[in-house]
Design a protein around this ligand. Sequence first.
Ligand code: NAP
Length: 464
Amino acid sequence: MRAPEQAQRPLRVAIVGSGPSGFYAAGALLKRKDVTVEIDMFDRLPTPFGLVRGGVAPDHQKIKNVVRVYEKIATKTGFRCYGNVRIGEHLSVDTLRELYDMVVFAVGAESSRSLGIPGEDLQGVHPAREFVGWYNAHPDYRDQAFDLGSKSVLVVGVGNVALDVARILASSRNELRGTDIADYALDALGNRGITDIWILGRRGPVQAAFGTPELKELVNLEEAELVLEPNAHQLDEVSQRWFDDNADKRVRKNVTYLQEHAQVPSPNAGLRIHMWLCVSPVEFLGEDGQVTGVRIEENDLYAADDGSVRSRGNGMFHDVQAEMVFTSVGYRGIRIPGLPFDERSGVIPNERGRVEEDGTVVPGVYVVGWAKRGPSGVIGTNRADAQETVEQMFEDLPDLSASPVRTAEQAHTAISTAQSAYTDWDDWVQLDALERSKGAELGRVRLKFSRVDEMLRVLGKLAE
Ligand code: NAP
């Protein structure tokens, strides 16, 4: 009964954000055979793919190949995209809700958790995401300055982002040359003066969040060696018990690898990456507003009532010299004007993807990805996550024949009036081809544009 009506009055959906979770939501929506769905996807940048372009490390090109799946979705009937349009600035959330039957927020986690310790605002202390954005040519971070002449650099946290940061800092020019790392980052890193990188984890090897492949990459670098401080491979009693009872494949592999690596004689490379676990920074030390080091406290681990293993300081302190620090203790969502936001957890409050305000469902508004569940999991995790939200959307499907008229033309007029310099999928195809051909001339995957103005000028959307 529903299909013929739907053909005349498609379900019109706006997806805000063009990263993995946005594309997986689009894919799941367009798969439905009995409902005609039209999607307009928005991104505040002229380029799509969110963290796949601006977050995944440039030397992880295989992971970036996932965009082929997204490209297929983007060329399906019913899909349009509008880049360089910021929701909350060019169009309000309320306007989107008027223009579309349903709105999905796939906005990720655009800020960073902080440690909340003294000295975090000293010059030279940076959230890891800023460095990640910088070396990935993200326009937001293009003009950030990092003192790569520093000799000693410290990275706080032992997740995969922390290992990405340490690896990129320690990679040789040769290892980065062929990748799509920003050209200015390749030059700056090629002249780095770093001799020591300290990676600090507050708990032990059993609890470390990194993956074994990422750990192995640190060991296999051309110009660097991984030095394990004793706590990075020796298990305390509490961890040993937890390991014996609960460790999964990843944890077992990590611990085995660390223990084997600890036996390997050091090749005395020019750059040492020290992994020091069961320690927490308690204060960043500085002089004239510039970071000079970190005060660290050793931690003991204990079994908490909920079965997890936690850390607490044991009163043993050390000072480590560091002229640059990256805090890599997790990402965090930001508030979108016009949407509820949970300050405590940093996500848009929701029940299986249905956005809620004060416990009440906000009709027609949904969320996927890190904005929904927080910054966890790998890219593929977002597929099932988006599927769950899309299932709620179809459960909530309104009677479209009785819904207000909403057309693609109406939306286009509103969008192009609010932001005449919007970009569409064809524009991206053009930018993509240009980046690839410029890169090919230099033997690189691509040479990325890093400024919005430059992209718009090339596309003829900005006066010369
Ligand atoms: P993450 O995996 O959650 O790691 C955060 C790290 O910060 C943990 O080691 C955590 O330690 C530590 N931490 C948190 N609060 C701290 C505090 N107050 N003091 C000291 N340490 C603290 O986050 P992420 O590295 O930002 O990565 C985000 C997600 O992206 C993860 O799911 C990750 O796997 C994924 N990712 C994957 C790849 C890849 O596949 N190659 C690359 C990058 C990112 P505790 O465990 O003790 O809390």
